[in-house]
Ligand binder design. Structure first.
Ligand code: ADP
Ligand code: ZN
Ligand code: ZN
Length: 743
């Protein structure tokens, strides 16, 4: 990458004088600029290669920024060079494999290294805080404490604590389980210098690891394959829901720990349930470090530090956990590898699954991609021999696969989207004491508010999309920009009062089901009711094993086991059958199979009912008669014929501006940078599928090539130039390599 001084400055009076005639340090800064920035190193040592990967505080314009030394530069020829202010780390924070992999990621996403680094680091480290302490802490009696212990007043908290400590130091976590209010007591005793807090060795005594079930032959084969060789290998663990994939991960992790190595497990946000964690903890018998969105920044930084010191042996986390340092790596697992949440949709648009593969290769460890509905990319890679394909075809234990029934609802009277057969089926399952899941991938009351007299529909003022009806018709909300307003009482176009919610959302289903099944609990779960991660668990826990109904969106496709669930009703999937997005069929098929997998996990047989107006649609026919793999096979053939991924590689440039001309001008200029003979197809500039969102006009330019090399060659060439385009200053733009959503 080119390096230049962005903010040529007069040397400031005061401050330490920069070293003259010495090489510079080139610093990657968290800025949307492609270059590294030259500074004289902070006073002290002259630059040397051991500084690479260290964080440093530098002046930038009138601000102060934290950057990472990316390289040592040459001796500047004249001019004034600003001096970096201070080192943050005594030794490189980033080094080894992680540093190399982050540089790879910057090249692959064509993003500034400084921004990639700042995406990868927990916020406190990004801001320049010291790497936090990861000691465990304990309390012990001082010599004075030993002496005076017997004189403390009997029955008081301080006396009880002192008695506990009489046998020696106790870990704070252990004290939590042994005595309420010990902290107050400890403080009181510490004030009199009778006890003291001490850092403990990080070694936690190994608890007893729980025994798992005996693997069935398919599981045994998978475990054997994954653990056969410690070096790099990619494994696609392709197994229906309940086939025992998690069991395979656990056994592979046990083998990894037995070799004294670290294991990293990535899970989708909604897959990281307390249930899953306690399964990991009890089975492995060691602390499992968790990284997910509801941790605060300091907790994240602690886990990062513990991993970087090799203390954290098992790390389970969502997308960004893929950046965890693994100095002693032994295994990486990506559960539900097809899940869309692995792709970051703003900032640095990385794909955690793909980056996990890159890291596994660099670390020379096995990587396991698990799913009941593998992505077409991964299936394609398995077919091409790049991944070892491990199949688990039967459900573990005694559970049987659910029976699938397609309900043709053409000409059937629907009441709030539900057919009489479905209502009867729900009643039957409830009477048998079971649970029912009603799935509709649309939250809110109804997707549209329609004027029955003139056809007006309530639009969002800032987006090219209708507003969703909420609160039984009283409120309108835009699901794209978040705008909210009260629903109008009369049609703004014709004045009619005949405004009707049109279509079905989860709230409307809930309303109907509450009335129809008044004797049973009805629990709605969607992003409207589940702001916090544990809210889902709490809601599911309130249902327990009682007969009742869950109604919700795909949030319900995962998490918490529901052994009493025997009927899954899928209401109205027809919108998904006719989407313009070439990935829509894949997403729909995955959703259907995942939510269907909820039925009958235990001994009661499960049923899945699909309501549709298109019972003959090829996607449904293939999926129902042939299963996911038949669908995937057919879909891969279509993708190949159409030249879509995974048979093509895409990059999407997006531009947004208040005025569409600015966005178009920017992307036209980008198109102008592409050499005539570049072997890359270009589509656009053209309006994005949603041309206006949150008040911004959105334009895109799609680049496609049959292989990665020419596409990346072109991006290498033009990305630095894009940063310099005058048109780029008037827009917000982004480059998305391997986009998953062309919205
Ligand atoms: P998946 O991750 O594929 O959905 P799990 O590993 O969660 O499957 O297994 C589903 C259920 O079957 C769990 O309750 C698990 O304890 C049980 N199970 C897994 N493997 C076996 C086995 N070999 N024998 C008996 N029960 C098993
Ligand atoms: Zn009207
Ligand atoms: Zn909007």
């Amino acid at each position: 990458m080119p390096s230049s001084d962005p903010a040529p400055s007069l040397s400031l009076t005061g401050g330490p004088a920069p070293l003259l005639n010495a090489p510079t340090i080139q610093v990657a800064l968290p800025l949307p600029l492609p270059q590294w920035f030259d500074y004289a190193p902070p006073p002290g040592e002259p630059p040397h290669a051991g500084m690479i990967g260290r964080r440093v505080r530098v002046p930038f314009g009138t601000r102060e920024l934290v950057g990472v030394v990316a390289a040592i530069g040459g001796v500047p020829d004249g001019g004034t060079l600003r001096a970096a202010l201070a080192w943050i780390d005594p030794a490189p924070l980033l080094g080894g494999e992680l540093w190399g992999s982050l540089q790879w990621l910057a090249r692959y996403t064509h993003a500034p290294l400084g921004e990639v680094v700042s995406t990868a680091l927990p916020a406190p480290l990004r801001r320049g805080d010291a790497v936090p302490d990861t000691h465990r802490w304990g309390w012990q009696l001082t010599a004075a404490g030993e002496e005076q212990r017997a004189r403390l007043r009997a029955g008081t908290r301080p006396q009880r604590l002192a008695t506990l400590l009489a046998d020696g130091v106790i870990d704070e976590d252990v004290l939590d389980t042994q005595m309420d209010g010990w902290r107050t007591a400890a403080r009181a005793l510490a004030k009199r210098a009778l006890v003291e807090r001490v850092a403990l060795d990080h070694q936690v005594p190994a608890a007893r690891a729980g025994a798992g079930p005996l693997p069935n032959p398919e599981q045994a084969a998978a475990i054997a394959a994954i653990t056969a060789a410690p070096g790099f290998g990619a494994y696609l663990l392709d197994g229906v829901t309940g086939s025992g994939k998690t069991e395979v991960y656990l056994q592979a992790i046990v083998a990894c720990l037995a070799r004294g190595r670290q294991a990293l497990v990535l899970v989708p946000e909604i897959g990281l349930t307390p249930q899953t964690l306690s399964r990991f903890r009890t089975r492995l018998g060691i602390p499992v470090h968790v990284l997910h969105s509801s941790l605060n920044d300091n907790e994240r930084a602690r886990v990062w530090a513990a991993a970087s010191r090799g203390e954290a042996q098992v790390i389970v986390g969502t997308r960004s956990a893929v950046f965890t340092p693994l100095p002693n790596a032994g295994l990486i697992v990506v559960d539900e590898e097809h899940d869309g949440s692995y792709k970051q949709q703003d900032g640095i648009r990385y794909h955690a699954r793909d980056f996990a593969l890159v890291r596994a290769k660099a670390l020379d460890v096995p990587v396991v991609l698990g799913s009941a509905t593998p992505s077409l990319e991964s299936l394609h890679n398995a077919q091409a021999g790049r991944y070892t394909h491990l199949r688990l075809k039967v459900r573990a234990g005694d559970a049987r696969p659910p029976r699938v029934r397609v309900l043709d609802v053409r000409k059937r009277p629907l009441r709030d989207g539900l057919s009489p057969e479905v209502l009867q089926g729900i009643a039957d399952h409830l009477q048998a004491g079971h649970q029912v899941l009603v799935f509709k991938n649309r939250r809110g009351y109804a997707p549209v508010l329609l004027c029955h007299d003139c056809g007006w529909t309530a639009p969002c003022q800032r987006c090219d999309a209708p507003m969703t009806v909420h609160a039984g018709g009283r409120r309108l909300q835009c699901h794209h920009c978040g705008a909210r307003q009260a629903a109008p009482l009369a049609c703004p176009d014709c004045g009619s009062l005949a405004l009707q919610p049109q279509g079905i959302g989860t709230e409307r289903l809930e309303e109907h089901l509450v009335q129809a099944f008044a004797d049973y609990p009805v629990i709605r779960i969607d992003r409207g009711t589940t702001h916090r991660r544990d809210a889902l668990e709490t809601q599911l826990a309130t249902l327990g094993e009682r007969a009742g109904i869950l109604v919700g969106t795909q949030i319900l496709a995962k998490g918490h086991d529901l052994p009493k669930l025997t009927l899954v009703v899928v209401v109205g999937i027809d919108e998904g059958l006719f989407s313009a997005d070439f990935r829509a069929s894949e997403k729909l098929a995955q959703q259907l199979i995942q939510v269907a997998g909820r039925a009958g996990r235990a001994t009661d047989p499960g049923e899945v009912w699909l309501q549709t107006h298109h019972p003959g649609h090829p996607l449904l026919e293939t999926l129902v008669n042939g299963g996911y793999h038949a669908f995937a096979e057919a879909e891969l053939q279509q993708r190949e014929a159409a030249g879509f991924p995974p048979f093509a590689h895409l990059a999407l440039l997006r531009a947004e501006a208040q005025q569409v001309e600015h966005a178009n001008a920017m992307l036209s200029a980008v198109r102008g940078l592409i050499p005539e003979d570049a072997p890359v197809e270009r589509y656009g500039p053209m309006p994005a599928p949603m041309p206006r969102r949150a008040g911004y006009q959105r334009t895109q330019l799609l680049l496609s090539a049959p292989s990665r090399r020419p596409l990346h060659g072109l991006l290498d060439l033009i990305t630095p130039q894009i940063h310099g385009l005058p048109q780029a200053r008037k827009v917000r733009w982004s480059l998305d390599v391997d986009p998953t959503d062309l919205y």
